[in-house]
Design a protein around this ligand. Structure first.
Ligand code: HPA
Length: 293
């Protein structure tokens, strides 16, 4: 049977598997911890942990720095599900029947099925904005999506987490990154003010990094501040399912004024492993969750 024909029931089977472990917890947030950002999970007081491979139909990760573990616990007292590692579209782009992009967003549908109302997304990104330095963080204000839209093709009768209504195909994407949550994240970042920005994230398929001409077009033509290979399909699904979204990019490399992007995966990983960046990230995320009380 083609993958997409029973996608809805695959998502339901996966969430049914986890539900007994989440009952009574009132899970507030799902967090996707992107490349090298899995250490943020150390801030979560873990009550249960699963390999993605244990959860029926849950896509497993194949990229170094993406562990493939789901954790349930409390972050600064707030009940959360942490997802250590994601499926990127470039890993699965060759699959037929729309399976690639549907796998990419599986985890978000899964969270929505569990009734999780808020989605916190993190990623590594290249800094297009010339004011950004390596190790800075960008609170995502808006995005430009050059990945396939995950709502293309067969329409699924999922329900929204905010009002229980059946999803409509056409959804606005304005205000996709919740203004109040962005403000809270900004307040939580005050002590690192000069290293925190708000900006536009542009998503490409990768897996190559960008040419000079692409970088110049993205920065000077499209006014994007950071470029990466994930996040936007997840956010489209999260919004479509009525979740509130907040997003944070870690700038792992600086794209030069002439558009040169000389980075590689090793450099990207090395920045995410630096203790200064880890400390900055975990302090901000912890403060953000503390501010939700
Ligand atoms: N381009 C695309 N994706 C990225 C980059 C980049 O420069 N850095 C980290 N992820």
């Amino acid at each position: 049977m083609p993958y997409q024909s029973d996608y809805l029931s695959k998502v339901k089977t996966a969430s049914d598997f986890l539900r007994p472990h989440t009952e009574g917890l009132n899970l507030e947030f799902g967090l996707t911890l992107g490349s090298g950002l899995g250490d943020l999970a150390e801030k979560i007081k873990v009550t249960a942990e699963f390999d993605y491979s244990e959860i029926p139909h849950f896509p497993t990760t194949t990229v170094a720095g993406h562990e493939g573990k789901l954790i349930i616990g409390k972050l600064a007292g707030i009940p959360v599900i942490g997802l250590k590692g994601r499926k990127h579209f470039y890993e699965v782009a060759d699959l037929p029947n729309n399976e690639g992009i549907l796998q990419t967003v599986f985890a978000v549908h899964f969270l929505a099925e569990l009734g999780v109302k808020n989605y916190f997304v993190t990623n590594a990104a290249g800094g297009l904005n010339l004011d950004y330095e390596v190790g800075d963080l960008m609170i995502i204000k808006s995005h430009i999506n050059f990945l396939p839209n995950p709502l293309l093709g067969q329409h699924f009768a999922f329900t929204r987490v905010d009002n229980g209504q059946i999803i409509e195909r056409f959804q606005p994407m304005n205000g996709a990154y919740d203004e109040k949550l962005r403000q809270k994240l900004s307040l939580a970042s005050l002590e690192f003010k000069k290293n925190i920005h708000q900006g536009t994230y542009l998503a490409v398929t990768g897996p190559t990094y960008e040419t000079e001409a692409e970088c110049i077009a993205f920065r000077d033509g499209l006014k994007a501040d950071a470029v990466g290979m994930s996040t936007t399909p997840e956010v489209i699904v999260a919004r479509n399912r009525g979740m509130k979204v907040v997003g944070l990019s870690c700038i792992t490399n600086k794209i030069a004024k002439d558009g040169t992007n000389a980075t590689n995966h090793e450099e990207v990983k090395a920045i995410l492993e630096s203790s200064e960046v880890k400390n900055r990230l975990s302090t901000i995320v912890t403060k953000f969750f503390e501010s939700l009380y």
